[in-house]
Design a protein around this ligand. Sequence first.
Ligand SMILES: CC(C)[C@H](C(=O)O)[C@@H](O)C(=O)O
Ligand code: SF4
Length: 452
Amino acid sequence: MMAKTLFDKIWERNLVTPETEDRPAILHIGLHLIHEVTSPQAFTVLKERGLNVRRPDLTLGTIDHSVPTLPARADGRLPYVTAQAEMQVETLRKNCQEQGIPLLDLDDERRGIVHVVGPELGRTRPGIVIVCGDSHTSTHGAFGALAFGIGTTEVGHVLATQSLLQRRPRTMRVTFEGELPDGVGGKDMALAMIAKLGTQGGTGYVIEYQGKAVRQLTMEGRMTLCNMSIEGGARAGMVAPDEVTWAYLEKAAGISLDRDEDLVSDEGAVFDKEIVIDAASLTPMVTYGTSPDAASAANGNVPDAEEGLDYMGFVAGHPLAEYPVNKVFVGSCTNGRIEDMRATARVLTGRKVAEGVLMLIVPGSEAVKRQAEEEGLDQVFAAAGAEWREPGCSMCIAMNGDKGEPGELVVSTSNRNFKGRQGEGVRTVLASPLTAAASAVAGRIADPREYL
Ligand SMILES: CC(C)[C@H](C(=O)O)[C@@H](O)C(=O)O
Ligand code: SF4
């Protein structure tokens, strides 16, 4: 029998109808996540057609993008940044009620960013296909699922049929060889890979991550890596499940699970493209430009680049550590998990955020918030002078009130550094939580290894 990749196996398991020349394959969707930004129109179309949601039990809604991270005002109302933001939340609530879809509402202690809560609730499972009207759905691939973002029209299709038309993508293996040094993690691996691949290098591919350094990562680290796969253009990223995966899910779901030993790429399986990265030689990474592939060592100089340096106000050849920081953001579906909060606290313990720097630390979910507070991390953050907020997408995307001001330099643990992503004229430097925290303390872009 031909050796198969993990991707091949998941594709075959979930195939309803194979593709032909003139029709894509039809895949069964094991979990459909929805949030307030990309679902309203899909529900409207459904209603117009007189259709109902086919499998509300395989659909899960949460509220994350538009919700403010500041607490309610004295009148009990949340300080929504626009009426539209509030309307999106109300619309999702109404749609979920009408269709019997479980919703993690604002008063739900399980609520959070869509890609944080799926795994936390044990709903993300190996071997299934997971979709959401959101590009960073690739995060869930960390559990050995095939997980990818879909458009609003497709959200409608999935709501109505619990299946999706899809052309078979190509496969790529990215192997991280060797052991990761201390101070270097999933975010640095992702940035280093995208720097090598380019923002289009992964286009049309599903990436499987292999190698010792990947196995070393916790589920949080694997999620960070898979999360950013799409910033390299890939359709999805995945890691074959191992004991770390099953143990995480058993704890999350509160049940024992059968280890599905077949969910690995067979020995000798052939990938359409191969990349090898030496993990042992990686250093903490930051971006210096306006796309995620413009990344280099935090302790190095600004590289020569055709694009982005003007906007960033960076000069080629100058040390990155020369540039003062205005704001620091720790959070998002890339780095808003408990391990990220612990990494931030590791640097901030006994230290202060530099004067004039505003540091926002935003848990990715209510569960992350609770856990961090149980561990006293919020106290560490407060003592350092950082702000500890309510869960949400926050400053990853400037649509909920959290943003930078024109010209400000923001070191951010999120995944996108496009012009204006964090507010008009804001200059974003993507980094790991360790690097973000070190930069907050230094008041400049900093290498976290000096703070460990
Ligand atoms: C709002 C949503 C469509 C968008 C995405 O798909 O990624 C957002 O989550 C983002 O990160 O830009
Ligand atoms: S945290 Fe950022 S990247 Fe993640 S879903 Fe929210 S807006 Fe998108």
